[in-house]
Design a protein. Structure first.
Length: 545
């Protein structure tokens, strides 16, 4: 979870609960202090040592006739050098003849083209990296390559790009044109390492890389199990079968549906690479990051004379739009993270889509969503304001009790509780509503932060991207000003100067934290503050009566 989000949640909870805890600790009884499911694999980092990987899986496999792809250590040849360009279904792709892998995959995003192949060695969907594949055919939407295996088997590799955002297909055809049986030993299909992203996310991208997979539901369960593999440099096999696997970051996903009928194992790992980062106080520094990768280990095949065998690998390579991925019905939407309160996040995203279908603008959809949430929380908000007003009224009496029983904490607690009961005031009444809103805030933070739908989505005027921070910081500054005014108008629940000062500084703290938050999230909190301010103005006289 984002560090700033954790700070926001913790600080807001402390502010609303702080005054009560302060009174309890100062005048009350002093209480004494109260004292991933994958098997490890051999540390070999090259797939040419695939025998160690096979032993980790508990099954001996025939030695590969060719050196398999090595995403952990960049080869000395290949990459973009000599890659063949294609324009398929609106995508700009490049295929490296060695292994026929995708070494460039430019997705046309709303803010410009995005290079998704962050590391072109060996490239996505590379196989047989020692073989030079030659292009055959002229259909850019159906790039076809062929190579001759040393055994004499003809390998035909086809990329079928049906449309830009749909499922695509990778087809291998193995044909034995000879008069004697010929075999193709164990080989691998590589995905990764790493995955590219939009320019504004490049700095944070290395911390968001994940090797992921979806496994079938366990016995007695109906829901498939989504797994984020622990990043480790050594190859490690996945325990059990899989439905799909790939590499993910915040906004994009590369996933392949390699059938266990054709592939014997799924192996994952990470490639250590030095990345240049910016320090807390500015300046550049170099840190080692792990670029995740996955690969599928194919089963050996022996072909009779004239026999052919076909392997189909459907795959997805594009943005992580929850609604779009859900439309495939294959569990790809599980790769979209909604954090702790994922049920709330998914529900609010569906509601947000509904409002967007009415307004055609994601910014106004966020405002409508906020209005609905505030309407639901209205009774709690009223109870909170009523409780705070009641606490303010009893403060003079509470202060007299504090002075009278300062040396008797137990009696002080009893007398204070008696005052609260007499006036019908609940000390926690002002805290419960904000605690109830925190799960909603956390869910909205994750939803708005990771929603591809908001990427490049404008609201109005200077806000051209709701997934990025306000370029002029107008929204967070206005939000902070309204929170400050609202705080000044709020009936203070305590006369303690330290507590009052903490409440005064809360808008300033929130403003600084929200400066680099997504504009969509700030818009939600700003709308929330405006509604609270208007409601408070409307109820002021009634509450003070």
């Amino acid at each position: 979870m984002d560090r700033n989000l954790i700070l926001a949640v913790v600080l807001s909870a402390l502010v609303y609960l702080g005054w009560f805890k302060f009174i309890e600790s100062k005048y009350g009884k002093s209480a004494p202090p109260v004292a991933e499911a994958t098997a490890g694999a051999a540390p070999d980092r090259a797939l040419s040592r695939g025998r160690a990987g096979s032993e980790a899986l508990g099954a001996a496999a025939p030695q590969a006739e060719l050196k398999a792809p090595e995403p952990e250590a960049a080869p000395r040849k290949g990459g973009l050098d000599g890659a063949l360009p294609f324009r398929a279904a609106g995508l700009e792709v490049k295929v490296q003849p060695l292994g026929a892998g995708l070494v460039s995959y430019e997705y046309p995003g709303p803010l410009g083209r995005v290079e998704l192949v962050d590391d072109p060695y060996p490239g996505y969907f590379a196989a047989f990296p020692d073989l030079g594949f030659a292009r055959v055919g002229g259909d850019a939407n159906w790039p076809v390559f062929e190579a001759r295996h040393p055994s004499g088997v003809l390998i035909r590799k086809e990329f079928i790009f049906s449309d830009r955002d749909g499922m695509k297909n990778l087809r291998f055809t193995f044909t034995n044109p000879g008069k004697a049986p010929a075999g193709v030993g164990a080989w691998s299909l590589a995905m990764g390492p790493a995955l590219g992203t939009i320019d504004s996310e490049r700095k944070e991208n290395p911390t968001l890389w994940r090797a992921v997979a979806l496994a079938p539901a366990p016995a007695g369960k109906t829901k498939p199990v989504f797994t984020e593999f622990k990043l480790e440099s050594g190859p490690a096999p996945m325990d059990g079968p899989w439905l799909w696997a790939g590499v993910s970051n915040r906004y994009f996903l590369a996933a392949a549906f390699a059938s266990p009928e054709d592939f014997s194992a799924l192996v994952h790992g990470a490639k250590p690479v030095a990345h240049e980062t910016t320090g807390w106080l500015g300046g550049k520094k170099t840190a080692e990051m792990l670029e995740p990768w996955v690969r599928f280990e194919a089963k050996p095949r022996t072909l009779a004379p004239g026999e052919s065998a076909v392997i189909e690998v459907p795959f997805y390579f594009g943005p992580k739009s929850f609604t779009h991925l859900s439309s495939f019905g294959r569990g790809l939407e599980r790769s979209v993270s909604f954090g702790w309160f994922h049920i709330v996040g998914r529900f609010t995203l569906r509601v947000l889509h509904k409002f967007h279908s009415w307004t055609g603008n994601w910014g106004w959809a966020i405002i409508m969503l906020t209005l609905c949430l505030q309407a639901v929380l209205l009774p709690l908000s009223y109870k909170q304001m009523k409780s705070m007003a009641g606490m303010k009224k009893v403060q003079p009496e509470v202060q007299r009790i504090q002075q009278k029983f300062a040396k008797d904490p137990q009696r002080l607690q009893q007398e204070m509780m008696g005052v609260y009961k007499k006036h019908g005031v609940n000390p926690l009444g002002g805290c419960l509503p904000i605690l109830f809103q925190m799960p909603i805030f956390v869910a909205l933070f994750n939803m708005l932060r990771g929603a591809w739908e908001l990427h490049g989505a404008p609201w109005m005027f200077w806000v051209h991207d709701l997934s990025a921070h306000d370029p002029y910081y107008i929204l967070p500054l206005v939000m902070g000003a309204i929170m400050f005014l609202q705080n000044k108008m709020n009936p203070q629940p305590t006369a303690d100067p330290a507590q009052a000062q903490m409440m005064t500084f809360m808008p300033i703290i929130f403003t600084f934290m929200f400066l680099n938050f997504p504009a969509g999230l700030v818009l939600y909190w700003l709308t929330n503050s405006v509604i609270g301010f208007v409601f408070q103005m409307a109820m002021k006289k009634r509450l003070e009566a």
